[in-house]
Write a protein that binds this ligand. Sequence first.
Ligand SMILES: [Fe+2]
Length: 345
Amino acid sequence: MFCRELNRGKCKTYLVACERTRHAAVIDPLRENTARYIAVAAYHGFRLDYAIDTHTHADHRSGTWDLAALTGARIVMERYAPAPHVDVHVTQGDILEVGDLRLKILFTPGHTPDGISVYVEGCLFTGDTLLIGGTGRADFAGGDAGKQYDAITNLMFTLPEDTVVFPAHDYRGNQSSTIGKEKASNPRVAGRSRAEYIKLMNNLGLPLPDKIQESLQSNQSAIEDDSVKFPDLAQLGNVHQLSVTDLRDRIASGRPPLIIDVRELDEYVGELGHLPGSRLIPLKTLPTHAADLEQNKSDEIVIVCRSGVRSATGAAILNGLGFEHVSNLRGGMLEWNDAGLPIER
Ligand SMILES: [Fe+2]
């Protein structure tokens, strides 16, 4: 197997390839290095089958959309990933074939709800779930230190001790580690119970990453230009949340709210379908369509998307424009479908 880190910096992007068939995958590409990845792949005569994000990144813009547009690589993310335009949604146990290689997906949430790790030929690409001598922070929206501990101890640490660990970040100049080393000496996890780990992670008190405001909501929505001025993260925290059962009951009450779905058209008519009676206004066009909703300014409005993340941005945008009763459907169409509630396609 060909395996190389391509950024030579603190953010790690890996190129893995089958040397016989020359098929390849890129893991966690940075948008600013897209040209480099294509050049390196071409230099080695590789064809990019997949561009994989191990999770929704908060510290850099993802390069998956550019790579997909320029090379035809298919974008891979976990099922809970909020972004549109993901070609392959994966979860625990799924296999991606890249030539003769079999990339096995582990569902490793905690740093984010949509975390995956990729196991192939004795190597484990751990995203930000497990770092070398550390773990990714679990204090962003949707983070969960308990789930992270479970993913590390129940999934990663049951792999052979000599499995090579390649994280998505390293701040100390390390290139790789092994499962055996991390199990024995990772200072966050080794010798700690689940409860002790949660306590530790909830009290790290880290500042937000420098680029979170320009990266996170762009990556969550795949909006890469300046068409949308994203609300401040503090505004997102103030958005009123509604559960799928709350919304089901409101609809059944006979005075249903105005339901605005902010996904893309292909998602609206796709696998997850949409809520009967909902109105499609993709997030990118919401600010310009807000004028059409002027007569609804005092009405109850519920914003819906795939996982409840893009819709939180949508709800914050409408709040900022003076809409008075806007809620976000928590968990989005994923939870609505999981609850077996009615949809249209
Ligand atoms: Fe991350």
